[in-house]
Design a protein around this ligand. Sequence first.
Ligand SMILES: Cc1cc2nc3c(=O)[nH]c(=O)nc-3n(C[C@H](O)[C@H](O)[C@H](O)COP(=O)(O)O)c2cc1C
Length: 300
Amino acid sequence: MGMKVKIGSLILQNPIITASGTFGYNTEYKDFMDLTKIGALITKGITLHPRQGNPQPRIKEVPNGMINSIGLENVGIHKFVEEKLPVLKENNITFIVNIAGESLEEYKQIAKICENNQLNAIELNLSCPNVEKGCLEFGKDEETICRLICSVREVFTGTLIVKLGTNVSFPEKIAWAVQKAGGDAISAINTVKAMNININSDYKGYKFIKGGLSGKCIKPIALNFIYEIRQHTDLPIIGMGGINNLNDILEFIAVGADAIQIGTGTFTQPDISEKLADELNDFMETRGYNSIKELADSLR
Ligand SMILES: Cc1cc2nc3c(=O)[nH]c(=O)nc-3n(C[C@H](O)[C@H](O)[C@H](O)COP(=O)(O)O)c2cc1C
């Protein structure tokens, strides 16, 4: 078994996954590192139609993190299938497509295109805080989540991961709804709504940025969220939020994660996921753990 983890019908060779929006379409890195060593790669958020994203400023570094307001800039599902998918398939990369819609129907249409192109796994983004329509509004209450998952399930037979954010009143009800509606796994957390203001800026438009906060500063929020939903679902949980080293990974496993994603950490260390996969492997071998489950049992 070793480091393998099962998420729906997807078997990952290890629990390290790159987070959506922080690793491009996954193809950009193929000449710089060995992508086959990472458990899975997640594409940036893909929508039905191409999106230009939000106007500048889109990124601001803050203490121990960053705020982004990219606004889901992407080429759209059709161009993704035409141009990016062949490269991913050709390079034998295990990948998951992160999708976002402005309506239930849009999520369903994208999922159908994924099914028609034999894609194995989708991550449904129900939690992006920096777009005007869609995403967040579908991830807030259990009834809407159930309807969305059920309609995607009508057209998609692969692994369905549902990505949640912390903007929900009752995380435990949402976790239960995902399981009841036929989701295979929960991933969390997305970025946290935040704002930065520069009172000394002369340039009006650049005075402040509103968007999603990520990086080390959100780790305590993420750990608490994972811990809470773990009490209410048996589904695999993929945890993320500020993971930068092996110790962070162990903390997420300790509170209930089965796998983890690395996002903002990639911006300062592009090959961090590959390195952490090696480090986790060495750690498990040295300590004599034969599976992630054995490791998890020892930490919980
Ligand atoms: C620049 C940027 C773009 C992102 N784009 C997406 C996206 O398209 N879809 C999505 O589900 N999450 C997106 N996220 C959220 C990350 O996948 C992740 O949930 C979040 O950043 C927390 O993890 P981290 O602290 O390790 O970055 C984005 C994050 C950043 C920083």
